[in-house]
Write a protein that binds this ligand. Structure first.
Ligand SMILES: O=C(O)CCC(=O)C(=O)O
Length: 272
């Protein structure tokens, strides 16, 4: 499986429409990829909470449409990172989530025909007394999706940024058959050592490949950490980005991890 991880860098002065156009063009250039991955909330201004409502859109809105067109052009699966999803002003109360806010941090997986294959609403909201817990609803569902690749079918499990601190979510994705976890993020530079460590931990403990796509640049005064990485299920870091904009092109041999699961069957020793 060839994965292209697009670690986008942007600052507050790049207009959202320009960034969507730039990212879609970048996706269109990834011609050899099986799976292209973008970061969390890259269009609606990353960590700039104050602008989220203004840039919220539905899953069939302009950001996903632009990325979907690029996915179709290259015939690849594209994890479009996440958007601020809105239920829309006319949504009935039952469609606005338990807290009635009607906003979610939603990841979107697009298929090679440009169709939306899966959406995942971030379960663990980051920000403590501000940001996501104040403004957004929490997702309530685990999401996996099957990719039909030239070498066979692979099931991926979706998670977003802060979720990576919660190993139980990844265990449940493993139990749902995931072999690869795809984790877009807007993870700050200050704690980037946690980001890389936790990615390796989720890979080793679940014997799964982990694809992490972070952001670079500075949003609302917060410097983003970069260091996107791809870790195989034996714990080997196949590639790691630096601090700035970068595209990682990584060939993941899923059989390496499958053989490792058979050779070192630690998951069979779980006691619940
Ligand atoms: O957990 C962290 O340190 C960062 C998480 C985060 O930035 C997010 O989920 O948006």
């Amino acid at each position: 499986m060839r994965v292209h991880v697009l670690q986008l860098a942007y600052d507050d002065d790049e207009p959202v429409a320009a960034r969507v156009e730039r990212a879609a063009a970048l996706v269109s250039g990834q011609r050899d990829a099986d799976l292209v991955v973008l970061p969390e909330l890259w269009a609606p201004t990353g960590m700039n909470y104050d602008l989220w409502t203004a840039h919220a859109e539905s899953v069939d809105g302009p950001t996903v449409a632009a990325v979907a067109e690029a996915a179709k052009a290259i015939g690849a699966y594209v994890h479009a990172g996440s958007i601020v999803e809105t239920a829309g002003p006319d949504a009935p109360p039952e469609a606005r989530g338990p807290q009635g806010r009607g906003l979610w941090n939603t990841s979107v997986l697009i298929g090679p025909e440009g169709d939306t294959l899966a959406t995942y609403r971030k379960v663990h909201r980051f920000g403590f007394a501000s940001g996501e817990p104040q403004l957004m609803e929490a997702g309530e569902q685990l999401v996996t999706a099957d990719l039909d690749l030239p070498d066979g079918r692979v099931r991926i499990g979706l998670a977003t940024c802060y979720d990576i601190r919660f190993p139980e979510q990844f265990r449940r994705l493993l139990d749902a058959g995931a072999e690869v976890f795809v984790v877009p993020a807007a993870w700050p530079a200050r704690r980037v050592a946690h980001w890389t460590l936790l990615g390796r931990a989720r890979a080793v403990e679940n014997q799964c490949t982990v694809v992490q796509c972070n952001t670079a640049g500075t949003h609302a005064g917060v410097a983003m950490g970069g260091h996107s990485q791809v870790v195989d299920g034996t714990g080997v870091v196949l590639a790691e980005a630096g601090d700035g904009e970068e595209v990682l092109v990584v060939d993941v041999d899923l059989d390496v991890t499958r053989r490792w699961r058979a050779d070192f069957p630690v998951l069979a020793d779980r006691r619940l």
